[in-house]
Design a protein around this ligand. Structure first.
Ligand code: CUA
Length: 508
């Protein structure tokens, strides 16, 4: 027990000390008297009772009235302090607390949401508590307050931090596997620091999707770094597929924005294979459509400079780009804008014809100064679009769109990883179905960790492209635990072939 001077802790501690103290005093007094009498009136000293006393009114009254008074003072003291815990002081700041398996979310009067409780020192705070799924219990040991959060019912509790610092908050009602991790903190700031915190509306620089993920406490179950959790990790999802159980069948579906939003809105409809359906659905009253989209964009790594509100199609339309440039590969007055990513283009620059890669920088130049690099075979007729006509943010959105058209349509040319693995006999030792005999299986490789031995020491590594490259080129440098060194180095493969195999393995 620490000697905090905040009002709720004081109220509880005072009652505890009073009740515990008086009980201790009585225990001590009664024990001492008993021992004294046992010794004084022991049989060897006075074998026969001599007292003729049959009653004593005075004594009867004293030992009835005195304990009654003591118990009543305990009740009175406990009651008044209990009332003090339920009566929220006037002018208290209100914060809404929402509990869910297995995280906390707090909402301030101005709509800001966090997953820690930020409060100014010296101001009483009323927590209005709710739960979206099962019973939880909001417990701040340092303030001696604990209150159940009940689905469909608002409960409350108040506290006042009198010293700046961090105070632990726990869930004190068993609520499932993640119960023990359902922790957060009260961050008590000096009034000056709190004013600063209040002014900065969003954590500086964080993309909206990440802000929402933090607010909603998603990371209570889903890691963002590929490590295992109660739910599947949200690390590097773009371009991956996922095995889900839908209507009793296991199917493989691509991880795209639609899937991620479905997984938020109706998590039980498609459950990732190997996990249990335990996530509560997040409807649009909790996460708006725009925020859900921001979360999907963030997880898919599309949080570049493109501002979410900008519609690239509209920018292309409004500025008349599609009058000359087609978006579907058909010929026009000017080069088509279809499937640009990864391509190169022949341009004439300063009288010379050169081949340059089509990237964001090139596209930006092509809009801002169209005639400095002219696509070979086309006449210089495009006007320059400065930032007054197409803002930098709009241009970025257009570029993202143009470079993105490929991801849906253009198939990656070059060697196919699956064929290479087959052709090079990898499957003679490595299975793809999870069975491991001569060598580790490829199944689930992209999302696995391996324990390897390096110079006699055991190390656990994430399976990433670097690891796979080493495993291919120097297979015996980092030997997977419990396997013998028998794989030949694949250094006869080209760099492209190695890359293709790595890409294939990461998708397993
Ligand atoms: Cu929530 Cu235990």
């Amino acid at each position: 027990m620490n000697g905090l001077s905040n009002p709720t802790a004081q109220a509880v501690d005072n009652v505890l000390i009073y009740i515990f103290g008086s009980s201790l005093l009585l225990l001590f007094g009664i024990t001492v008297t008993t021992v004294y009498f046992v010794i004084k009136y022991r049989r060897s000293k006075c074998p026969e009772p001599t007292s003729e006393c049959h009653g004593n009114w005075l004594l009867e009254i004293i030992w009835t009235v005195l304990p009654t008074l003591i118990v009543l003072t305990m009740f009175w003291y406990g009651w008044t302090n209990y009332i003090g815990l339920t009566r929220v002081p006037e002018g208290a700041m209100e914060i809404k607390g929402t509990a869910r398996m297995w995280s906390w979310m707090f909402e301030y009067p101005n709509g800001r949401r966090t997953n820690k409780i930020y409060v100014p020192v010296g101001t009483p705070v009323q927590m209005k508590l709710n739960s979206v799924d099962v019973l939880h219990s909001f417990f701040i040991p340092a303030f001696r307050i604990k209150k159940d959060t009940v689905p469909g019912m608002e409960t409350y509790v108040w506290f006042e931090a009198t010293e700046a610092g961090n105070y632990d908050v726990f869930c004190a009602e068993y609520c499932g596997v993640g119960h023990a991790d359902m922790m957060t903190q009260v961050v008590a700031l000096t009034p000056e620091d709190y004013a600063v915190w209040e002014r900065e509306q969003e954590p500086a620089g964080d993309p909206r999707g990440l802000v929402v993920i933090n607010e909603q406490g998603c990371t209570g179950c889903h890691s963002l770094d590929g490590s295992d959790g109660i739910g599947p990790s949200l690390f590097e999802l773009a371009g991956k597929t996922r095995q889900v159980v839908k209507d009793g069948q296991t199917i493989e579906i691509p991880i795209d924005a639609d899937y991620l939003i479905r997984a938020l809105r109706e998590p039980d409809a498609e459950i990732v294979a190997g996990y249990e359906g335990m996530m509560p659905p997040y409807d649009d009253s909790i996460i708006s459509d725009a925020d859900a989209q921001a979360v999907a964009d963030y997880l898919l790594g599309k949080t570049g400079a493109a501002a979410p509100q900008i519609n690239a199609d509209q920018v292309l339309e409004e500025n008349g780009c599609t009058g000359c440039h087609s978006l579907d590969g058909s010929d026009g007055i000017a080069p088509s804008l279809f499937e640009l990513a990864g391509k190169t283009r022949q341009v004439e620059k300063d009288g010379q014809t050169l081949e340059i890669p089509i990237d964001a920088a090139y596209l930006r130049r092509a809009v801002r100064e169209p005639n400095s690099e002219l696509v070979a075979g086309y006449a210089p007729m495009m006007p320059a679009y400065d930032s007054d006509t197409i803002s930098d943010a709009q241009l970025q959105a257009v570029i993202n769109k143009l470079l993105d058209i490929k991801t849906e349509t253009a198939a990656a040319p070059g060697p196919d990883g699956a064929e290479l693995v087959e052709m090079n006999g990898c499957l003679g030792c490595h299975s793809t179905d999870g069975s491991a005999d001569i060598a580790p299986s490829f199944k689930g490789l992209g999302s696995r960790e391996v324990t390897i031995e390096r110079n006699g020491e055991e190390l656990t590594l994430k399976v990433d492209a670097d690891y796979l490259r080493r495993a291919l080129l120097e297979p015996n440098a980092d030997l997977v635990k419990d396997y013998s060194p028998m794989m030949p180095a694949a250094d006869y493969l080209s760099k492209e072939e190695i890359d293709a195999i790595i890409e294939y393995l990461q998708k397993q």
